[in-house]
Design a protein around this ligand. Structure first.
Ligand SMILES: Cc1ncc(COP(=O)(O)O)c(C=O)c1O
Length: 380
């Protein structure tokens, strides 16, 4: 059967292909260590797991659930945003729980993009923004993020393009893969830029709590423009990546448009998962410090590995990865060599865009024993 034309514009996700390759090596008896993927290996808080268990025994727990989530979950997200991001969000109309933020990227794209519209996408950046735009038959307009500009968009150079067809601009601070952050002024400038050019600004914010003490939301600047959305997620902040819990926040009309898409695509999130998410969102600051203590120790080991690889990194970077510059432009060959020689998988920066060429990314989702093993293999 001939596939739809839209599939010609998207490739299989790099990690999906690479994991197959790693599985092949494992079948040959090679013990590959995977330091490439940002899937938290730590468990959620025990009370969250218990809540899932308890709630799954409740009457009605196994029925379809509301498309916009149970009211307690929307309230819990609203309180979380008030407490940590200093944002007031109406739980009734300005929050939409999602099954992870990745689906939100697709839903937003389907809700706002027509064929041939354009989307501004960060380079380097999370590959899903471009894939979702292309699946919605829109055109991708990459904008450069460069190390010498702290991986922030240079709005005056973006403005040199004809922006008439641009509908959405994706931003993601703290930024994946570089770990850079945007301060208030940076975010306000981005919001004003969106308003000036009639572009919907979408900030994807799943790394706000990882090795970062200063949570920021673009929704803090809603007074500057109504056309902003923010995605967030419990995948990284609460070690719940496989549970698929995220959220979208913004003005009612934007949320309603996304709900229009979403309600035609799924039939609500499992009740017990929603109740467990409420529990997770109510954890206090100790939860975040406990995971960050672990990531901090791991990061020191990753820095040592990077030193051995002669790769340069920024010690102030936030998030779940260490992003480092290597002294060759062929990061794909560099990481393949490490895989073939040392059976260690590290992500080449290229997969995040042209500006990722010459960089590598290591994940902090490996325990210290694994990182010490990587260090040993690489030194050898
Ligand atoms: C920048 C970014 N956005 C979104 C996601 C997806 O997260 P979720 O698990 O909430 O779908 C990821 C996952 O790695 C990510 O790195």
């Amino acid at each position: 059967m001939k596939t739809a034309d839209r599939l010609n514009s998207v490739k299989e996700y790099y990690f999906s292909k690479k994991l197959r390759e790693i599985e092949e090596l494992k079948k040959q008896g090679i013990e590959v260590v995977n330091a490439g993927i940002g899937s938290p290996d730590l468990a959620p808080h025990n009370s969250v797991i218990q809540e899932l268990h308890q709630q799954s025994k409740k009457e009605g727990a196994h029925k379809y659930q509301s498309y916009k989530g149970i009211p307690e979950l929307r309230s819990a997200f609203s309180l979380w945003y008030k407490k940590y991001f200093n944002c007031n969000l109406n739980p009734e109309s300005e929050i939409l729980p999602l099954m992870g933020s990745k689906e939100g990227i697709m839903h937003i794209s389907l809700a706002f993009l027509n064929k041939s519209d354009e989307v501004l996408i960060p380079d380097p950046g999370y590959p899903t923004y471009a894939a979702a735009a292309r699946m919605a038959e829109a055109n991708v307009l990459k904008y450069d993020l460069k190390e010498d500009n702290n991986w922030l968009p240079c709005l005056s150079s973006i403005e040199k393009n004809n922006l008439e067809k641009v509908k959405i601009m994706w931003v993601n601070y703290p930024h994946m893969p570089t770990g850079s952050t945007a301060n208030d002024k940076d975010l306000i400038d981005i919001v004003k830029f969106g308003k000036k050019h009639n572009i919907l600004i979408c900030n994807d914010n799943p790394y706000a709590f990882i090795l970062n003490k200063d949570q920021k939301s673009i929704l803090q600047f809603r007074n500057e423009s109504a056309e902003i959305l923010e995605l967030n997620s419990l995948s990284k902040s609460h070690n719940m990546a496989g549970w698929r819990i995220g959220m979208l926040a913004g003005n009612r009309n934007l949320i309603d448009s996304v709900l229009n898409v979403k309600s035609n695509m799924d039939s609500g999130m499992f009740f017990a998962v929603q109740k467990a998410a409420v529990k997770a969102l109510s954890l206090d600051e100790k939860w975040y410090s406990s995971i960050n203590e672990i990531y901090n120790k791991r990061r020191s080991l990753v820095w040592k590995i990077m030193d051995v690889l002669n790769a340069k990194y920024d010690k102030n970077a936030k998030g779940m990865f260490v992003w480092a510059k290597i002294n060759t432009n062929n990061s794909l060959e560099f990481t393949d060599n490490i895989l073939n020689k040392h059976a260690v998988f590290i992500t080449p920066g290229d997969i995040f865009g042209e500006n990722g060429v010459g960089y590598i990314r290591m994940s902090l989702c490996c325990d210290e024993l694994i990182l010490k093993e990587i260090l040993k293999r690489i030194i050898k």
